[in-house]
Design a protein around this ligand. Sequence first.
Ligand code: F6R
Length: 243
Amino acid sequence: AEVIIVSNEDEAGRIYADCTAQLIKSKPDCVLGLATGSSPLAAYKALAAKVKAEGIDVSRVRGFALDEYAGLDPNHPQSYRSTINRTVVEPLGMNPDLVRVPNGNLDTIATAGREYDAAIEAAGGVDLQILGIGTDGHIGFNEPGSSLASGTRIKTLTEQTRIDNARFFEDDVNKVPTHCITQGIGTILKARQLVLLAFGAGKAEAVAETVEGGISSFCPASALQLHPHATVIVDEAAASRLR
Ligand code: F6R
């Protein structure tokens, strides 16, 4: 992967925004791969600002989110459906009907993954996928040990990820759902371009494993090494373990 070291999240955000704005102008019905979490927030802000400032038409832009909690009401403020609406769809002014999030409803979750992958394929595939990375090297919710060929499916969240995400659930790890539905690593690798963002010392080890470690399901993000067009944008702290 290409590594770009930036001085802060805003600088990373501007790189993503420039790249995405370019894509939307050249392909007004392009397909954006969307992530939740803290890492992409500055990028979404920068893109929304650029879309407003330049009057870019996003009415036909489509989107597919990476993942969703299982068994959490989509109307819950911390569902990824709500989060994507709040952080991406509304600020950019996208058509919400064109943005899909995996369906975490427990009644249909056994088949929801295959349907989601089929929907991505029917849309022509993801043009540009933004990614964050977990402290354990996960992308989407593909925790260590996930098949590098996996499609969208239900997964169990690790204790570490639930602890990391407790901040969104009143700091109570018991309120964090135990399962999720996530695009697989195989799904993510089908996107035409990947941009992974990581900030802070807590991500340094995972970033080093991703970029310089062996390709292994024990660091799911290391699968980026298999992708012909992957860019990793990090601040100095997240880059501190790179050789
Ligand atoms: C979010 C997702 C996760 C996060 C990762 C990092 O949709 O799939 O892989 O990207 O947990 O989260 P933050 O950015 O909050 O550190």
